[in-house]
Design a protein around this ligand. Structure first.
Ligand code: ADP
Length: 230
């Protein structure tokens, strides 16, 4: 396994991100990791993709009325991320917390790359953000992620299937084409950014064991104690 670039800004906190296709199980894994780290009495902060209140309405309106081009779609997500990065993620890293991110800049690189944005432009756009200390990429076949999504709810969502790209009038076919492209982008980035690739077809329990082991190996967890435990 290639060594991951460590945080370059010399901040006391540590940053862990999870990436992967919808349905890859990354939210499940980061939630379990969060619980474990909190149970150890550590300072932990969690942030989720596309959750900033600043651009929530613009995103919703733009998506609903199909007003967004690949560039404006990308810029809205970048604004969302920049808002969370500057108001939450960075202050928490400065304060010495372990910050957990459900999706990070690689989501934009992958999705917006498939939507036709220039890869160099995307990397410069997010150039203000430091690379995480560990980024887990939960990798699994498309069919498995599709199956997991459809077990949880009856229908695919318009944007997760990339229907805005007009790849196919059939939403399942569009999902395969769009998410297949996203997966190719992730696979390339695994090397480019030294992502930690996880076999996401394994059981939840087994993956969590591996995730915890990697985190404990690569981060000196004892330094992030909230209070002394008796
Ligand atoms: P993501 O955040 O990547 O979209 P989720 O964590 O929300 O994925 O998981 C999607 C669905 O798949 C959920 O219903 C979850 O319970 C299920 N799931 C997650 N991990 C696994 C796994 N390893 N095996 C089987 N089902 C899983």
């Amino acid at each position: 396994m290639r060594a991951e670039p460590t945080g370059t800004t010399g901040l006391p906190g540590r940053l862990i991100a999870v990436e992967g296709l919808d349905g890859s199980g990354k939210s499940t894994q980061i939630r379990l990791l969060h619980q474990w780290l909190e149970g150890l009495g550590l300072k932990v902060f969690f942030s989720e993709w596309n959750s900033s209140v600043l651009v929530k309405d613009a995103t919703r309106r733009g998506k609903k009325r199909h007003l967004l081009t690949p560039t404006t779609f990308s810029l809205i997500h970048a604004t969302d991320f920049a808002d969370r990065y500057e108001r939450q993620i960075l202050p928490m890293l400065r304060a010495g917390s372990i910050v957990l991110c459900d999706r990070y800049i690689y989501t934009a690189f992958a999705r917006d790359g498939v939507r036709g944005c220039d890869p160099g432009w995307l990397r410069r756009l997010y150039g203000f953000a430091r690379h995480p200390d560990i980024t887990f990429y939960f990798r699994l076949p498309l069919q498995v992620s599709l199956g997991r999504i459809l077990e949880g709810r009856p229908r695919l969502k318009y944007f997760e299937a990339g229907m805005d790209l007009g790849l196919s009038p059939d939403i399942y076919q569009s999902f395969r084409l769009f998410q297949g492209g996203v997966m190719e982008q992730y696979d390339r980035m695994a090397d480019e950014f030294g992502l930690t690739v996880m076999d996401a077809t394994r059981t939840i329990h087994r993956q969590q064991e591996i995730t915890r082991r990697i985190v404990a190996e690569r981060i000196d967890l004892a330094r992030y104690r909230l209070r002394r435990r008796r």
